[in-house]
Write a protein that binds this ligand. Structure first.
Ligand code: DP6
Length: 318
């Protein structure tokens, strides 16, 4: 989940973002991906959540496999099997988890042993936010200006701060306008330049708040940044409204709870589901209160997690 958001690219094809961003990996919300290069295939095959994937999804995966094949100097198609244990395409970062997992699995399957920076760069080509899902814990993506210098790195491990993300699911269906299309609309908003110009200030505030365990400072900048990104989305041509009435009800409730002393704040990605970020001491109460709000279908819960890793012991990326 992004605390300082990525929205808009300098280069859409390479996914070089206009501004840096900060996120936290989520433990327990997992994408599990298997890649097998096979001689008997005449194209790459993709199974997603137990079903043959659409051509668009398969081609997006093939583009990462092409990069991996080029780096390894090898040919051959792959069978890719991937499944999420959470809603796909609903603003819960499924593409971030998916392309981080795919980059690690595909590069190892073909015999490459990429370091963390190279993996983050590779994952970025599939989905920008995936660059941040490679390193562990709390992560910053340095925007850079070229393929070489746009990558993410961890600045604190998962156990550094006991935050909990309580995700109020108000809609679990696939969003109508995906992030990739959304990024291309960002420059049409008159607010985007101002958002980008101010990004380094917000990044510093967020990084410092995390490093100092200062929840009040963290909450202010996280909500501001989410609101600014949604402001850009709503003022694009055509406008993008990801919020549903229940999203707004949840945001208002969270703001009121914080005024009453509960350490919780909200952030939304490109979807209507609301991430309520709180201190672990408040998580049980926040989860119960969220589930009582009309329109909230369920509440998922996740703590800070590690980045992409292999399941076989001894081979995980550190
Ligand atoms: C709103 O990484 O999903 O979640 O690079 O086109 O795959 P693509 O976009 P994506 O964009 C994420 C947008 C966001 C904010 C964020 O995660 O920083």
């Amino acid at each position: 989940i992004a605390f300082i958001k990525y929205w808009g690219n300098q280069d859409n094809a390479l996914r070089i973002p206009q501004n840096g961003s900060i996120s936290m990996n989520l433990d327990g919300l997992l994408t599990r991906t298997t890649v097998t290069f096979r001689d008997d295939l005449n194209r790459d095959e993709l199974e997603l959540n137990g079903q043959a994937a659409s051509d668009d999804a398969r081609q997006r995966v093939s583009r990462i496999l092409d990069l991996v094949r080029a780096q390894a100097g090898r040919q051959g198609y792959a069978q890719v099997t991937s499944a999420n244990n959470f809603p796909t395409g609903a603003g819960i970062a499924s593409s971030a988890a998916a392309f981080a997992a795919l980059s690690l699995a595909a590069s190892r399957a073909i015999g490459l042993n990429l370091d963390e920076k190279a993996l983050s760069r590779l994952a970025r080509r599939g989905s920008g936010s995936a660059s941040r899902s490679v390193p562990t814990g709390f992560v910053e993506w340095f925007p850079g200006s070229t393929d070489e210098d746009s990558f993410a790195a961890s600045f604190a491990p998962p156990d550094f701060w006991d935050l909990v993300d309580c995700i109020a699911v108000v809609e679990s269906g696939h969003k109508p306008v995906g992030s990739s299309q959304g990024h291309t609309l960002a420059p049409t908003s008159p607010l985007q330049n101002r958002r980008v110009e101010d990004a380094s200030r917000r990044l510093a505030l967020c990084r410092q708040a995390i490093l100092a365990h200062d929840f009040e400072a963290f909450a202010s900048v996280v909500e501001l940044d989410s609101n600014m990104m949604h402001g850009v989305m709503m003022t694009s041509t055509p406008p993008l409204f990801y919020w549903e009435p229940a999203s707004v009800a949840v945001m208002k409730a969270i703001a009121a709870w914080r005024r009453n002393g509960i350490p919780v704040c909200y952030t939304l990605d490109a979807g209507p589901n609301v991430h309520a970020i709180c201190l672990s001491s408040a998580a049980q109460m926040v989860q119960e209160k969220l589930s009582q709000i009309p329109g909230v279908q369920s509440v998922l819960r996740a703590v800070p997690g590690t980045g992409a890793h292999l399941e076989r012991p001894g081979e995980s990326v550190s």
